[in-house]
Ligand binder design. Structure first.
Ligand code: F6R
Length: 247
């Protein structure tokens, strides 16, 4: 595992965008695993900028998103479908048919949705680069702290901490969906390279617990320490509880 501490959110976003762009330049049909949330917004803005400058091309790029709330229609303003359109897809030449976000309406069979999603990742040849944020409780995707974690894409009950953290995007905490579909730990660990981003003081404990040399399913991101090609890019605030002896 490689850990880079950068000055601030802007530097973190710049480094992340350069890594994604570098892959896209060396592999035109790169398969990207994408995250939503506040953390990667700056990275997406820079990727859009690079696309406008002609430095990168999304024509053959394939993407898989980590997760989506259950029961939100794809056109719901708080859905991750809309997030991806707003932050990236509407601004670049990606083919909609090359993008996959798990979607489960109230009527779909979650098991079938999850199995189809896993099959699609396999058919694409696996994920080249998985971008991740981290929850305040150490979750990645929506793999919440628990005594057992699931390997493949699955239906999950969101942790209270996650519902509270994500309520900032909704009118009120009651409007936050209670369930989501998320890639599992195996789907994430199967990526050839993982790039985890964290910014801000509220992520400091999760970063410390995840990357200090111990692993626990109660801190899902800590399992990434077992992956052979992980880069963690954090800003000074998110790194503030990491002791220098861990580095
Ligand atoms: C989002 C996702 C989540 C977020 C995490 C951090 O697709 O999978 O794990 O990365 O909750 O969210 P932010 O970046 O909003 O703090």
């Amino acid at each position: 595992m490689d850990l880079k501490i950068v000055d601030n959110y802007s530097k973190m976003s710049e480094m992340a965008a350069n890594i994604v762009a570098g892959l896209m330049q060396s592999k035109k049909d790169a398969v990207l695993g994408l995250a939503t949330g506040s953390t990667p917004e700056g990275m997406y803005a820079r990727l859009v900028e690079m696309y406008r400058q002609g430095k990168i091309d999304f024509n053959s790029v394939v993407t898989f998103n980590l997760d989506e709330y259950v029961g939100l229609a794809p056109d719901h303003p708080q859905s991750y479908h809309q997030y991806m359109k707003k932050n990236l897809f509407d601004h670049v030449n990606i083919k909609p048919s090359n993008t996959s976000i798990p979607h489960c309406s109230g009527n779909d069979n979650p098991g079938e949705v999850c199995a189809e999603f896993e099959t699609k990742i396999k058919q694409a040849g696996g994920i080249d680069l998985q971008v991740l944020g981290i929850g305040v409780n150490g979750h990645i995707g929506f793999n919440e702290p628990a005594s057992h974690l699931r390997t493949t894409t699955h239906l999950v009950e969101l942790a209270e901490e996650t519902i509270k953290a994500n309520s900032r995007f909704f009118e009120s905490v009651d409007k936050v969906p209670r369930k989501a579909i998320t890639m599992g730990m195996g789907s994430i660990m199967g990526a050839k390279k993982v790039l985890l981003l964290a910014s801000g003081e509220n992520k400091a404990e999760a970063v410390r617990d995840s990357f200090s040399g111990f692993i626990s399913t109660e801190t899902p991101a800590s399992l990434l320490q077992l992956h052979r090609d992980v880069l963690v890019v954090v800003d000074q605030e998110a790194a503030s509880l990491i002791k220098s002896s861990f580095l």
